[in-house]
Design a protein around this ligand. Sequence first.
Ligand code: ADP
Length: 389
Amino acid sequence: MTTETRARLVLVINSGSSSLKYQLVEPDAGVSRASGHIERIGEESSPVADHQAALRLAFKQLTEAGSNLQTADLAAVGHRVVHGGNEFHHPTLLDDVVVAELKKLSTLAPLHNPPAVKGIEVARKLLPDIPHIAVFDTAFFHDLPPAAAAYAIDRRLAERWQIRRYGFHGTSHRYVSEQAAAFLERSYHSLNQIVLHLGNGASASAIAGGRPLDTSMGLTPLEGLVMGTRSGDIDPSVVSYLWRSAQMGVDEIDSMLNHRSGLVGLAGERDFRRLHAMIESGDNSAQLAYDVFVHRLRKYIGAYLAVLGHTDVVSFTAGIGENDATVRRDALTGIGELGIVLDQRRNLSAGTGQIARISTDASPIAVLVVPTNEELAIARDCMHVLAGS
Ligand code: ADP
């Protein structure tokens, strides 16, 4: 009987190529019991040889923090999976067949899905008696209208190779838009929203009455806004031009666009706190990186105001969105005619881990800072799967 009264927990795992983030979440109360981040997996000088060693280390850290997974009332292990392709648009209970399907999807997301599959395989081995559930970053955007989902390329080729705009960060866009509606005490389905998720990866979405109409990431998380190390939108001809003229191979170009572009490519620095310090000291490339980032962001905000026609709320979230008042100011200043009037004082005092309104009371569109919590959203998705809803 005691187990029934104890809070049920979900272990959320986010497994990347060289890092593993974990969090033990109590979904009902919405609290995190423990969390950790293991880095440099498989690197030469690292003591963590592979994902199995990383997960064992995570379990050890959890035990040391007072949460022994063998004795805790673990209801599920939730795995964040970046790409669900066309097949997966709901949180899915993992078995051997599903894992095999996920492996096939690795061609669509070679940088992101293989490490997630590795994390799933290792975790299923180490915790064989607990249900494992995959939650997909693409799921929320699965039903984008065709006008937003389709690329204007040869249709047969696109169908043959499943080339469409999938969208990512869906767990965060959904969570933040739901939180925004709750904060404004309005029904989720009555609001038109823009969500700006600005972290190391960055994406924007336009959501009408709970249904996404557009989002900035595409076939992969490379499209759209300027990011820490990713270029975001470029003319696709840059790829063939580099291939032809600079004799770069396709993997080299892919790696350049994903790992050595964005803020790092322009300024050699991806952290906004240090970027601001560089700008203060007169660094021109840091200024350019900042300007390109903010210009692209403004462009997407303007585009999504037009896509929605009527907008009720714009929300900023993730590391930069929640903490950088300068970026928020520069992205939204001077567009009162479009219905957005920022309260500079509120903007400066937001970002305390609490949801906050940063527009003036008279602003036709409410602007909010909303802390995201992808782990909690994943944990709650897992509980819904277990409850069969
Ligand atoms: P991800 O989960 O995509 O790795 P986060 O959402 O944690 O990223 O965001 C990380 C980024 O947020 C950092 O690279 C940094 O640029 C930015 N950031 C974090 N804290 C602050 C802060 N106090 N001021 C400005 N930027 C910040």
